[in-house]
Design a protein around this ligand. Structure first.
Ligand code: SAM
Length: 336
């Protein structure tokens, strides 16, 4: 049951307070585990305008969302994205929203870091899978590590706190993760490692890439003293403190440890489709009720109805017998 205007509670009693918004499905990288090289993107006319995105987000905030994350695709390649960030920042000023943040590949960050900070953004996630320029170019297909490093420098100079996200990929970055951890913690950044999820068709075989984080943790524990801590940032990561670096390492384990019991999130795409679970196909169209009337009642009802269908969880499987992705859409559609 969802309570109108009084918070959104799903059928399993979980309060929905976190909205992730994919503002574009386009990206200036083509990470091999995320996208095929030859992707077909949505026609521009299907996208919600920035004003429509603002209106949708505002209704969610009125209904109890406290944390809002912009993602994509690459959020910073959406034209005029800072206009939306600026608009949304009024909810930080009013106190309705606790946190406005974004997940980015960092490629455009040097241009936008100062303005993000000026809009009240305090923390951002930067996705970075390797510190080696050649490997970086290989995994992103199109990316340039120097640009991302400039972006990280600019963000830190602007006072933004950064969490690095790295997808753990067998034979690609597993051996490098100890160095990445030292580097990230040494610069005052947390590092979170993520298990690769079977989302969308890609050119590679996911079975070859998949690295269970239980194995990675055991490996890291040969070099580092890791102590579980209750630290939370509102997402699914479980954190440890790293005695040797004095910093934190997070684990996001959708494959080996299902984290759905504490799920507080829903995900909105740039066409106004609401996914109640990252790993399920069920979705609700919010674009029609958004456009049907100038008032927000239809929209609010459609959101309540969708929250009332939020599933208990997902069930990702990666093995040699399960060749097909668990969901057909790519991570870039729903936003990571
Ligand atoms: N472009 C932004 C970025 O790079 O952070 C935001 C969108 S990207 C889809 C969000 C995150 O999802 C990135 O950290 C990316 O590495 C991760 N990701 C993409 N596909 C994934 C998959 N199949 N399994 C796990 N993580 C994935």
């Amino acid at each position: 049951m969802a309570f109108h205007g009084n918070g959104m509670i799903d059928p399993f009693g979980r309060a929905i307070s976190y909205l992730r918004v994919s503002v574009t499905d386009r990206c200036d990288f083509r990470c091999t585990y995320c996208m095929a090289e030859d992707m077909t993107f949505l026609p521009k006319r299907d996208l919600l305008s920035l004003e429509e995105l603002d209106r949708l987000c505002t209704v969610f905030i009125e209904k109890g969302v406290k944390k809002l994350r912009l993602t994509g695709g690459e959020p910073l390649v959406r034209k005029n994205i800072m206009h939306l960030v600026r608009q949304l920042s009024r909810h930080l000023e009013s106190g309705a929203l606790d946190e406005l943040t974004l997940t980015t590949n960092g490629s455009q960050l040097s241009r936008f870091a100062a303005e993000l900070a000026d809009c009240g953004v305090k923390r951002i996630n930067v996705s970075l899978d390797t510190l080696d320029a050649d490997k970086f170019h290989a995994i992103t297909r199109w990316g340039n590590l120097t640009k991302v490093m400039e972006g990280i420098d600019a963000a830190q100079a602007a006072g933004l706190k950064i969490k690095l996200n790295a997808v753990a990929l067998k034979g690609f970055n597993d051996a490098e993760l100890p160095d990445m951890l030292r580097w990230a913690n040494g610069r005052g950044m947390d590092l979170t490692v993520i298990e690769t999820m079977p989302m969308g068709e890609i050119d590679a075989d996911r079975t070859d890439q998949y690295l269970p984080l239980s194995l990675l943790r055991a490996d890291l524990e040969r070099q580092f003293t890791l102590t579980d801590i209750p630290f939370k940032t509102g997402g699914p990561a479980r954190y440890v403190e790293v005695a040797e670096t004095g910093g934190r390492l997070g684990f996001i384990t959708p494959m080996t440890h299902n984290f759905c019991e504490s799920c507080n999130r829903v995900r909105l795409t740039c066409t106004g489709t609401l996914y109640m679970c990252l790993g399920q196909e069920d979705a609700a169209d919010l674009r029609a009720p958004l456009r049907q009337s100038e008032g927000n009642e239809l929209l609010s009802n459609a959101i309540d109805e969708a929250i009332g269908r939020k599933p208990k969880g997902h069930d990702f499987v990666i093995d040699r017998r399960t060749r097909r992705p668990a969901v057909s859409r790519h991570m870039s559609v729903t936003g990571g």
